[in-house]
Design a protein around this ligand. Structure first.
Ligand SMILES: [Zn+2]
Length: 313
């Protein structure tokens, strides 16, 4: 009976679109974003998994396939489903990409939408694009991930994230996170910064998570401690007030952080802190410190092939 059940689960795992099983789960306290994923009826079956056929597998008693625990249905329901099979925690590598603006003129902080479309197409066809909250759960030891996955982060809350990048991300059903510097969002003219209404639309799509990118976008390493605390607290409070979402990830302004800033981010109650790639630490793995997650900056000239190379180390 048990083997038959395992087979049935294997078949379901092969046929269900990624993460569909997660939607019926009760939201964890303080994890409002995870519960915002809508019914995934619009999620198409990814190309590669459309051809997967359930292969009969003999499972030895007591030897369950990785990631499937037939005796814990509730746990299985909250576990995200990925396109590629999960592997041992030690074997997983995650590449976190950092974008800023999107526009036709390529620069260090501006990616042309045509190039962005090719990058996302490559990623969607070759790796799992996972959410920031899923990376947090992996680093907390809660879930396993495929061998290679990518996280898409966009800093600064520029209008072009909505007007130029979002249509492409939506087309590929790609999850992403926007790091919002709250004071700038409140102050900037609407044609430059994204509006709260647009952020709401992106969150409601089920693809977007909101991170804090501080309040005033100052270099926290050079800031007095009480002002760092203010940046951490105030930005979160404004996002909660405006969107009813408690951001759990903090994207350090300029990617700058040190052990003290990391400690204060942790004490302030954030689950993760994201910086920028330092020498030789491009890929995130199970032992990466949660408040010092490196991100690879993507500029206006990064080819999909270059992104593929980043996975090599
Ligand atoms: Zn920034």
């Amino acid at each position: 009976v048990r083997s038959a059940r395992v087979l049935a689960l294997l078949f379901v795992a092969a046929c269900v679109p990624p993460r569909e099983g997660a939607r019926s789960s009760a939201p964890a306290p303080g994890n409002a974003q995870a519960s915002r994923r809508p019914e995934s009826k619009s999620r198409a079956v990814p190309r590669a998994s459309a051809n997967i056929v359930a292969v009969p597998t003999i499972v030895e008693p007591g030897l369950e396939p990785s990631g499937i625990t037939p005796s814990a249905d509730a746990a299985a329901e909250t576990r995200p489903r990925f396109r590629y099979p999960v592997v041992s925690r030690e074997a997983s590598r995650v590449l976190v990409l950092l974008y800023h603006g999107f526009g036709d003129v390529a620069s260090d902080y501006n990616t042309p939408p045509s190039l962005f479309a090719r990058q996302i197409e490559w990623l969607a066809g070759n790796v799992d694009i996972i959410a920031v909250s899923e990376l947090a759960r992996f680093l907390e030891g809660e879930i396993e991930l495929p061998a290679r996955s990518v996280v898409i982060t966009i800093d600064d809350g520029l209008a072009s994230a909505y007007t130029r990048a979002f249509p492409i991300l939506k087309r590929h059903d790609a999850r992403f996170a926007i790091g919002v510097p709250t004071a700038l969002l409140e102050r900037w003219h609407e044609d430059r910064a994204i509006g709260w209404r647009e952020l709401r639309e992106m969150v409601d799509s089920g693809l977007c998570e909101i991170a804090s990118h501080s309040d005033g976008h100052k270099d926290l390493v050079r800031l007095r401690e009480d002002l760092v605390e203010r940046e951490l607290e105030r930005s979160r409070r404004i996002i909660v007030e405006r969107m009813g979402i408690r951001p759990e990830a903090f994207f350090y302004p300029y990617g700058n952080h040190d052990p003290n800033v990391q400690r204060m981010t942790q004490i302030a109650g954030y689950r993760t802190g994201f910086g920028i790639t330092a020498n030789g630490s491009r890929l995130v793995h199970a032992a990466t410190p949660r408040w010092a997650i490196p991100r690879q900056a993507i500029d206006g000239k990064t080819s999909p092939g270059r992104i593929a190379q980043y996975f090599e180390g």
